[in-house]
Write a protein that binds this ligand. Structure first.
Ligand code: FRU
Length: 763
């Protein structure tokens, strides 16, 4: 065999032994300035920057245990670490001073595990004081055990700190910390997730003679704030790694988008990053627009901007670039949008109908909230902020979330907007969307002991379809203490005469829109053609209590399905009814089961042996309670876990029990049992319509008289469905279970670069 073919074989052997992920990571490290693998004091990127232990308290070449070694290899490490016992490592300046970085980009990666009692340590620092510092990663332990992690950087334009609070329970074990500067932002990533992002421009400061220290910082005449624990590897680049590269070197699974664990398949979610409230829901020129509270820079709340997607069928969404970015210290908080068909605003030009967004500007310095306008003349693709902004300014700190609609009898626009901390909404009127007249206030009313009111909505609906008997629905969200715990939406039924809202019920009557934990900031679509005539709304499917902790990556947050809203007269008064918008039915596949007229005896399941399973399902079931005290359906069942959906005959309540639904450990308030009052329906029957997705259930009882929407985080292998009855037999009149087809089949063909704030693109 020739030497060449021998080499070829050796090559094949080594590549097949190294996981693909490790190879990819190794290629990201190829152009690093320095790579310290910690097997020895050497710099793996060249001979330049050897490490010099300070004192004799650092041991190189500590072999990692099997799992830790695999994790190390996947991240581009070599399976060895250095153990620091209150030690630190000094980096020589290198033959060519390579660690004095030049230009306007850098990235630092550290993989480490603390073994000390204190997190008051500096991890990677080229310090020499804030005026000279080039880069620095450090942390402080906080009294509650959390970690205050920070990345500091100095450029020719200034010095900033990008700080992040890492909860106590996330600090144990190994972690990947990445700091990046790309010439416009200093950012910090913890385990592949962005946790801090601060604007800063300029070129990196010229390097100083102060040394780079790993596991400490220069202080006095020695090295202070020394680290105790293990460092697997440390890497320094003179370029900004991309978000995908950061995910890769942090060992995050890089699954194809929309195929990650817990990714909703029939609900909207962005490709990446944090979302909360739906904003600017409007039908305009054949498209439904969904704007939403969006952080273009990370997976936590921050830098609020309006993300944007459009749909022609309310189910399939096309991602578009950020519509309204945070700018000049003003975040773009929630609001609405209208199609200004008569060009009342005068923004229209050359016959183009303006789409006008009315949003709250949140001044991050002054902590003031005002109402503002932006308009688009190209179907929402590009936006211009109105030069006369703000259009309403009360010099108030909590004044937000304007919802605007056309009030036909008075032929003018009406805005309902919240004075959040006063638990009031205000009504304003305007002929042109620019000049607003204060009309009246409403509130406080309804649920007591709630911290604030947000995201109001107001519309008129026929009662039981009778256009001559209409009432108005005023919907208001409360930030906490809703029935399922945390945030939720309440509503009032009454009359609105164009100026004032009068509640039909006593002011202490409490009506909840949804009795689950995950239905917030609901907003109705404006501009639905009269030929359609439906009132449609959708909400953020999360809860402020735990929204930032839900275990999803690389996105966080999703929307509910659009729902059709109506009013019906009941024994207690006029009440809201909601149903999933009928468009969902187009996603249905062939039923996996259709069954009727069977008894469900306690301990038996008529679906048993029928192989009924699925992760994303549309279920319709009608029951007669018989002698059962409780009955219903278990979904996403497996591994000893499931979500239980049912009816309690004695309490006359519908319920969802997610206490053992799958992952519930990420927040103490997540696991829970949620119930909604629901009288028996026609002929004493109970009907349940359930939409199950990869991380949610929405249950509509008796044609939408009660609704419970809850997130769940079951394992992908939990696919079982079963029926149950307790203490006596219930009768199953009928059940039909259909799989739902994913709306994201072509998602990989789309691209939604979160950083792309394109204002002049025409998609
Ligand atoms: C509601 C809310 C709004 C605000 C927005 C900020 O969830 O707090 O009141 O406009 O989120 O993201």
């Amino acid at each position: 065999m020739s030497i060449r073919s021998l080499l070829f074989c050796a090559c094949l052997l080594t590549t097949s032994l190294v996981p693909a992920a490790a190879q990819e990571t190794a290629s990201i490290m190829k152009d690093a300035v320095a790579v310290w693998h910690m097997k020895s004091a050497d710099d793996g990127a060249g001979a330049n920057s050897r490490l010099e232990p300070i004192g004799d308290k650092t041991a190189f070449g500590v072999k990692l245990d099997r799992e830790d070694a695999t994790a190390s290899l996947q991240r581009g490490g070599d399976g060895y670490a250095a153990r620091f016992s209150n030690g630190a490592l000094l980096v020589g300046q290198g033959a060519n001073g390579e660690i004095n970085l030049k230009g306007k980009e850098l990235t630092i990666l550290l993989r480490l595990k603390s073994e000390g009692d204190s997190w008051d340590v500096t991890l990677f620092s080229k310090h020499g004081g804030h005026e000279r510092l080039q880069y620095n990663i450090f942390c402080f332990g906080m009294p509650d055990g959390a970690l205050d992690l920070g990345f500091e950087i100095g450029t020719t334009e200034g010095f900033v700190k990008a700080p992040a609070i890492i909860p106590a329970d996330r600090m144990k074990g190994w972690h990947d910390i990445v700091a990046r500067f790309d010439g416009s932002r200093a950012e910090l990533y913890f385990d592949g997730e962005a946790c801090a992002s601060v604007p800063l421009s300029g070129l990196l400061r010229p390097g100083s003679d102060s040394p780079l220290i790993i596991g400490g910082e220069s202080g006095g005449d020695g090295v202070a704030r020394r680290f105790t624990g293990m460092i697997d590897h440390a890497v320094l680049w003179n370029r900004a790694l991309t978000a995908d590269e950061i995910a890769q070197v942090s060992g995050r699974q890089t699954q194809p988008l929309y195929q990650e664990p817990y990714r909703p398949q029939v609900h909207f979610s962005p490709e990446r990053n944090w979302i909360n409230d739906p904003n600017g829901l409007v039908f305009h020129d054949g498209e439904y627009h969904l704007f939403y509270q969006y952080n273009p820079f990370g997976n936590q709340w921050g830098h609020m901007s309006w993300g944007h997607a459009v749909s022609r069928d309310l189910m399939h969404w096309k991602h578009l670039p950020v519509a309204l970015p945070e700018e000049d210290g003003i975040m773009i908080f929630s609001g609405s949008a209208v199609s200004d068909d008569n060009n009342t605003s005068g923004f229209g030009k050359d016959g183009a109908t303006p789409l006008v967004a009315i949003y709250s500007g949140h001044d991050t310095h002054l902590l003031r909230q005002t109402q503002n306008l932006a308009f688009s003349l190209d179907k929402g693709r590009t936006w211009t902020k109105y030069e006369g902004n703000p259009v309403i300014d009360l010099d108030a700190e909590h004044f937000r979330d304007p919802k605007v609609f056309w009030h036909q009898p008075d032929k003018r626009w009406v805005m309902v907007v919240s004075l959040a901390d006063k638990k009031k909404v205000q009504f304003y009127g305007s002929a042109d969307l620019k000049q607003w007249e204060h009309l009246s206030d409403f509130g406080p009313a309804g649920a007591p002991n709630v911290p604030n009111w947000e995201c109001p909505d107001l519309f008129e609906l026929p009662v039981d379809g009778n256009e001559d008997a209409t009432r108005w629905v005023l919907q208001v969200d409360v930030g906490d203490n809703a029935p399922a715990g945390g945030s939720g939406g309440q509503y009032f039924v009454g009359e609105f005469d164009g100026r004032t809202f009068r509640n039909d019920n006593a002011s202490d009557t409490i009506l909840w829109v949804d009795h689950g934990a995950d239905f917030y900031a609901v907003q109705s679509f404006s501009g639905i053609p009269s030929g359609d005539g439906r009132t449609l709304w959708l909400a953020w499917m999360s809860n402020w209590r735990y929204a930032s902790a839900i275990p999803t990556y690389p996105w966080r947050g999703s929307m509910t399905l659009p729902r059709e809203v109506g009013l019906t007269r009941t024994a207690e008064g006029v009440r809201l009814v909601q149903q999933p918008a009928r468009e969902i039915e187009k996603l249905r596949g062939k039923p996996v089961v259709k069954l009727g007229g069977v008894e469900i005896k306690p301990g038996t399941d008529p679906l048993d042996e029928r192989d009924v399973e699925g992760r994303v399902l549309d279920i319709e079931a009608d029951f007669a309670p018989g002698k059962a005290t409780r009955f219903g359906i278990r979904v996403r069942e497996g591994k000893g876990a499931c979500t239980i959906i049912g009816y309690d005959v004695r309490l006359r309540e519908m319920f969802v029990d997610r206490r053992k639904s799958g992952r519930v450990d990420f927040h103490p308030d997540f696991a829970g049992f949620h119930s909604a009052p629901l009288p028996l329906g026609k002929n004493g029957r109970v009907s349940l319509r359930v939409i199950v997705d990869d991380s949610s259930v929405a249950v509509f009882g008796n044609d939408g008289r009660a609704v419970i929407t809850d997130r769940i985080f079951p394992d992908a292998s939990q696919t079982g469905v079963s029926l149950f009855a307790e203490e006596g037999a219930a009768r199953l009149d009928s059940i039909s279970i259909c799989p739902l087809e994913s709306i994201w089949r072509s998602a990989t063909a789309q691209s939604q670069d979160p950083r792309r704030v394109v204002r002049d693109s025409r998609l």
